[in-house]
Design a binder for this molecule. Structure first.
Ligand SMILES: [Zn+2]
Ligand SMILES: [Zn+2]
Length: 179
């Protein structure tokens, strides 16, 4: 992609990186003059990427197809909104996966209690203070699966006040041998 003497008046260049396929915009209005690297704007990552000029010339192919160019230009004009939309989607996906993981662990927790003949009393956010239970000394590793307890579930058993292991175990039941 050549940055000078292009056919467009505004000097906007849009190209595709021949290695990673990223669509990149060169905007002379935004690129710092006199720097050794050329700053391009990635339309897939919505952030600046800097390349040495020779890389821009050798590896980035200007998009000449009018429809593709128009589409890329529209994305460039709208990138802030598009990025916000994508960030929201990522956040939603993350929330969904956290919720699914919680559900799964809660199910294991109920089974764990059931298997030990203990009534399920509920769970609470592990960030809140312990409100009930016998306040057993926190264990550093799960007594059931021996996984080090790092509270990544973020939940504790209301009955014993221990954080839930990802396997669903709490401190309500003593360590069991191999299952
Ligand atoms: Zn465990
Ligand atoms: Zn418990």
């Amino acid at each position: 992609m050549q940055l000078q003497n292009g056919s467009n008046d505004d000097g906007l260049r849009i190209g595709r990186h021949s290695v990673d396929g990223d669509t990149l915009v060169y905007d002379p209005a935004r690129s710092a003059a006199g720097s050794t690297n050329v700053e391009l704007f990635s339309l897939t990552q919505f952030r600046k990427r800097a390349f040495p000029q020779r890389v821009v010339e050798a590896r980035i192919e200007e998009i000449v197809d009018p429809a593709q160019r128009a589409e890329a230009e529209a994305r460039y004009r709208d990138w802030a909104a598009l990025k916000a939309e994508r960030d929201r989607e990522l956040e939603r996906a993350q929330e969904t996966s956290v919720a699914r993981r919680h559900e799964h662990i809660l199910e294991n927790h109920r089974r764990f209690l059931e298997g030990n003949g203990i009534a399920y009393q509920g769970v609470q956010d592990s960030a809140t203070k312990v409100t009930g239970g016998s306040r057993k000394r926190p264990k550093s590793a799960c007594s059931r699966c021996t996984t080090p307890l790092d509270d990544f579930v973020g939940l504790r058993c209301v009955a014993c006040g221990a954080v839930l292991c990802s396997c669903g175990a709490c401190a309500c039941a003593p360590a069991r041998g191999t299952e």
